[in-house]
Design a protein. Structure first.
Length: 168
């Protein structure tokens, strides 16, 4: 992975909206999924999943969901989560020192549904975010696609100019 870092590769992946130079496909996806692009403030992980799942009827990258994830739901913990020594997550029982920290945890992707899966049939990895899927593919850990191929195809995949069948 070090050889695929900005130290050796530079920043050759540009955001299609703000033209910010990024190091990798996973970096671009993270930039967009977190709503960090100043030229695309309405793009986030929900809108990206919606766009990609529409173009993925054979479910090569996206998981088939019974319901679409609701982007307007916000989990809010109260002081009732205090267990005597810390604020405890009612889903995973992780302990937090402050109520604010517990609420940040609850509204992070940690308990979100897995929306994506590795397109390699022999790999069973699933991912909450597209950036995580790209990171998995870039690592070449399941030997499905080379790092360079992911970088070459990410722009067209994000902007919808590519059929998902051509990704690998």
């Amino acid at each position: 992975m070090h050889l695929n870092s900005s130290t050796h590769r530079g920043k050759n992946v540009a955001c299609p909206f703000c033209k910010t130079a990024l190091t990798s496909a996973s970096g671009l996806s993270h930039h967009l999924e977190t709503g960090s692009c100043p030229r695309a403030p309405n793009i986030n992980h929900h809108t990206i999943f919606g766009a990609i799942s529409q173009r993925d009827p054979k479910r090569l990258l996206t998981n088939k969901l019974l319901t679409y994830p609701d982007s307007n739901i916000q989990n809010i913990a109260t002081h009732a989560t205090w267990n005597g020594s810390s604020y405890e997550c009612y889903l995973c029982h992780r302990k937090h020192n402050t109520l604010r920290a517990l609420n940040q945890h609850l509204n992070s992707p940690v308990h979100s549904e897995k929306l994506y899966h590795c397109p390699n049939c022999s790999c069973n990895r699933q991912f909450i975010r597209l950036a995580s899927l790209f990171n998995h593919l870039e690592s070449e850990s399941c030997k499905f696609v080379r790092f360079e191929r992911v970088q070459q195809q990410v722009h067209n995949l994000i902007t919808g100019r590519q059929k998902l069948l051509n990704f690998a």
